[in-house]
Design a protein around this ligand. Structure first.
Ligand code: G3P
Ligand code: MG
Length: 250
């Protein structure tokens, strides 16, 4: 039996299916086209990755380097926003997506407002930029998030980024992203006031899920594309999954 960390229950307004990087099985990940695709497929929420450009603008991008998902090259944190915006972020996926840019956080939030979708803002610092990325992404999310949308969930694998985020915006709703779950998970959830664990679906087991739930922590899993696996996780008490193919579940 795990000690209860939080007395009140975790929020229950996050949908079961969250589009991963938009709907990255169908459209180029982390682009406005991908977020629109997720909406067309019926998603109520999407997840996206936030990092800083060289001039500390927030851009929606997954890898440290630009090479895989744009026609550019180099490290995002060493490239100015104006240069990043000149790149094509869709042609690598399919010709019809040529012309997609790497979005900013502002543009992404505007699209969420237009469509009414909620969002999981993942803080994804380029290695070495954890503190500033956590601080700036949290601050901007707090400032810009529309009141008519459900409050965002802000998550990160980087505990350093989350520490700075919590200082910059203590009233946001935080989740810790776990790959392997350390023995001292409860300590980190407590000190960061993180009401959810976003766990690797392939490495989580039922006992750990139960321990989170008993502590008052919601469990959500990435990345789930197989309906049988999703059902098993829901049976354990996992409340949401992140999927590249949300249409398989909706
Ligand atoms: O936030 C869930 C998931 O996106 C975490 O992994 O590498 O796809 O950002 P990754
Ligand atoms: Mg992510």
């Amino acid at each position: 039996m795990t000690d209860r960390l939080f007395d009140d229950p975790p929020r229950n307004d996050v949908p079961r299916i969250i589009g991963h990087r938009g709907a990255m099985g169908h459209a180029p990940e982390n682009t406005l086209a991908s977020f629109r695709k997720a909406h067309e497929l019926g998603c109520d929420w999407v997840e996206f990755d936030c990092m800083l450009s060289d001039d500390e603008a927030i851009v929606i991008h997954h890898d440290d380097a630009l090479d895989r998902t744009t026609d550019g090259t180099g490290i995002v944190a060493e490239t100015a926003l104006a240069q990043i915006r000149r790149l094509d972020a869709g042609g690598w996926f399919a010709d019809r997506y040529r012309g997609q840019q790497v979005p900013t956080l502002d543009e992404t939030i505007a699209l969420l407002r237009e469509t009414g979708m909620g969002g999981n803002v993942e803080i994804k610092p380029v290695r070495g930029y954890e503190r500033n990325t956590g601080k700036i992404v949290a601050h901007q999310t707090w400032e810009l998030w529309p009141t008519e949308l459900p409050p965002p969930v802000v998550s990160s694998f980087s505990l350093t980024a989350l520490e700075q985020a919590v200082i910059a915006a203590p009233n946001l709703d935080y989740a810790i992203l776990w790959w392997d779950i350390p023995e001292e998970w409860a300590y980190h959830h407590g000190r960061l006031n993180a009401r959810a664990a976003h766990c690797n679906a392939g490495r989580l087991d039922e006992a750990q899920t139960t321990a989170f739930l008993e502590a008052g922590i919601a469990v959500r899993c990435y990345t789930v594309n197989d309906p049988d696996q999703a059902q098993r996780l829901f049976d354990w008490g996992v409340s949401s999954i992140f999927s590249d193919f949300p249409d398989r579940f909706l």
